[in-house]
Each structure stands twice: as structure tokens, then as C-alpha cells.
Design a protein around this ligand. Structure first.
Ligand code: 13P
Length: 331
């Protein structure tokens, strides 16, 4: 295939979409023809969740990638998710519609700096959030997601010193609910860090019956106000199965699409960031993925996620450990 200089420069295929085509049905047709599976995180735009074969949180997406028999995986999400898929399925082609879709958490933990931190604490076991690069995962004993972090931390003996990286908010939250004193890397998610306590309190005043649902990547003052703290899938489950009908949602607003789809009669109110008047909090990296980029990616099978095989061999161990523990715990 001829990889054009303009694609490489932009990090995605910039071919114009033929006029008059129905993008959604064309994407589904090409995916069928190529035996490709389209995976999407809950933080993707609704239209992408609708065309995906599977929508899930970080853990479910990794589990799905590990078990698929498709030849091609198209990851509608951010780069570390594509990398995790490639590490789990090195023989498959893993495509990500825009290489610029990075993750502020993964960026906040450069592998060399993390390696030095780990080396400085040789008696510690190392737990890394899945939102890390493959290079950082290579210095990790076990990977976690927000769905299984508590259980995986608790699977270590109480006296075992632990490092937790890179999310200081998730790490502090897990410390608070497990009574551990993990050493925390000083990273954070730029979306979850920007929620406004003042705006949350104001929304709660306007909707006193509403339950507050918060992701554990939020800062402690938000977590303190929350009725439920959990991963996107945990918040979704609570929102559609509890007896309540109004919710203030303190995570990336893409999740509202699935909440509203599963519970159309309930009211979901996105909590805004402190620096915006738009009313919801979107991850600019997640939102780089668009329907036309998915179409072009599938058609041209580019950009593909590549991970050096030596690095793959190191990074797969902590990911498989996570999947094993999760399987045993029924997560
Ligand atoms: P979960 O998918 O585990 O809810 O975490 C959200 C996230 O950080 C995605 O980058």
C-alpha cells in the first residue's frame, strides 16, 4: 500500500469521502467484507458507539480484543487502547483511526522516568493503570483498570509495599477504600481533573433528588460529594438498574449516550468542567475519532498500531496477569 506523505504528516487518512455514500452502512459493509471488528469506548461520540460491534469500558475492551477471531481490530478510542489490543493480538492488524488520539494520563508517565522511580523503590511491586504506554507497562507487575483496581490491589498481601501509577486520583481513592498506603505517581487525566465542585454543588441544588455518579479519576473533593464512585461500566450499571431516575454524571460525557439508550425514561445531566460554558466535559483526544476517519481507516487499513515484539513480550505479562485475576474474580 502506498502510504501518502499527507497521511503520515496528519496521522490519519485524509482522503475525501465520496459524495452521496451512507457512511454508516459502508463502514458496516467493509467491516463484514474484511472480517474486521469495530470496538468503541463509552467516551466515543454516540454515532461511533452505534456503528461499533462492541462498546465497553477499558477492561471489557481488552477482554473483547483478547477473545476475538476477527482479522482486523478497529479501535475507536485512544492510542493506549489500540496498543493493548496489539499486545494481546500481535498477529492481527490493529487500526486506530487517528494516531493523534493520545491520553493525558499515559503522557503523564514517560517510561524512562517511571523506570527510574521503580528502580528507586526495589522492594515495591508495581501496579499500573491501563492508561499507560506499552513502554511503561513493561516496568509493571500488574495492570489494572478502574473496574478491577480495588480487587487487584487487595490481592497483594497487606505488608507488600506497592507503587501505583500514573493516576494520583485513582491511586488516592483506592488507598482510601483499601486502607493501603501505595506510593503514587503524580499523573492525572486532564478531563477528570477539570470538573468543578462549584458547578456540581449548583447542579445538586437545582436537582436535589439526583444521584451523583463519579469516575475515580476525579479529584477527592468531587469523590467526597459522589453517591457512587466507579468505572464507566459500574456507573452505567447503577444508572440503569437503581431505583433512582435522575443522575449528575461526573465523567466524560460520551457515557450519557449508552445511559440514555439503556434507560430512555431517566434523566442524565452531564457535569461541566470549570472552564467551560458548554455544559459537558469531552476528551478532545477521544473525540478525534470520527465516522469518516473510521471509514478511511477500514478502507485503506491505515494507521496500524505497531508495538516492537521485544516490548510486546514484556508488556503482555502484566496485562495477562490482570486478565487472569479478573477472570478468577468474575469481573
Ligand atoms: P474505564 O474505561 O475503566 O471506565 O476508564 C475510563 C478511562 O480512563 C478511559 O481512558
Amino acid at each position: 500500500m502506498d502510504i501518502k506523505a499527507s497521511w503520515i504528516e496528519k496521522g490519519y487518512v485524509d482522503e475525501p469521502i465520496p459524495p452521496g455514500i451512507d457512511l454508516k452502512s459502508e463502514i458496516r459493509r467493509i467491516a463484514r467484507e474484511k472480517n474486521a471488528i469495530i470496538l468503541a469506548h463509552y467516551y466515543q461520540e454516540g454515532v461511533l458507539q452505534d456503528i461499533a460491534d462492541f462498546v465497553g469500558d477499558s477492561l471489557a475492551l481488552a477482554q473483547k480484543a483478547a477473545s476475538t477471531d476477527a482479522d482486523i481490530i478497529v479501535m475507536c478510542g485512544v492510542h493506549f487502547m489500540g496498543e493493548t489490543n496489539k499486545i494481546l493480538c500481535p498477529e492481527k492488524k490493529v487500526l486506530i483511526p487517528d494516531l493523534n488520539a493520545t491520553c493525558s494520563l499515559a503522557e503523564s508517565c514517560p517510561a524512562d522516568d517511571f523506570a527510574a522511580f521503580v528502580k528507586a523503590h526495589p522492594d515495591h511491586k508495581v501496579i499500573s493503570y491501563v492508561n499507560t504506554t506499552a513502554a511503561t507497562k513493561a516496568y509493571t507487575d500488574v495492570v489494572v483498570t478502574s473496574t478491577n483496581a480495588k480487587e487487584i490491589v487487595e490481592s497483594f498481601p497487606k505488608e507488600q509495599p506497592l507503587i501505583f501509577g500514573p493516576d494520583r486520583n485513582l491511586g488516592a481513592y483506592i488507598n482510601s477504600i483499601t486502607g493501603r498506603n501505595m506510593l503514587l505517581w503524580d499523573g492525572a487525566c486532564h478531563v477528570h481533573e477539570r470538573f468543578s465542585v462549584e458547578k456540581l454543588i449548583e447542579l445538586k441544588r437545582l436537582h436535589p433528588q439526583a444521584k451523583i455518579l463519579a469516575h475515580p479519576e476525579c479529584q477527592a473533593p468531587i469523590i467526597k460529594l459522589a453517591d457512587v464512585v466507579g468505572s464507566t461500566s459500574a456507573l452505567l450499571k447503577y444508572a440503569v438498574s437503581s431505583e433512582h431516575d435522575t443522575f449528575l454524571v461526573v465523567t466524560e460525557s460520551g457515557i450519557l449516550h449508552e445511559m440514555q439508550r439503556q434507560a430512555p425514561d431517566r434523566t442524565f445531566i452531564p457535569v461541566p468542567p470549570d472552564d467551560s460554558t458548554c455544559g459537558c466535559n469531552e476528551c478532545n483526544f477521544m473525540r478525534l475519532i470520527t465516522l469518516s476517519k473510521v471509514y478511511n481507516t477500514l478502507l485503506h487499513e491505515w494507521p496500524a498500531v505497531e508495538v516492537d515484539p521485544e516490548l510486546c513480550a514484556k508488556a503482555i505479562r502484566p496485562i495477562e496477569r490482570m486478565l487472569d485475576i479478573s477472570r478468577k474474580l468474575g469481573l
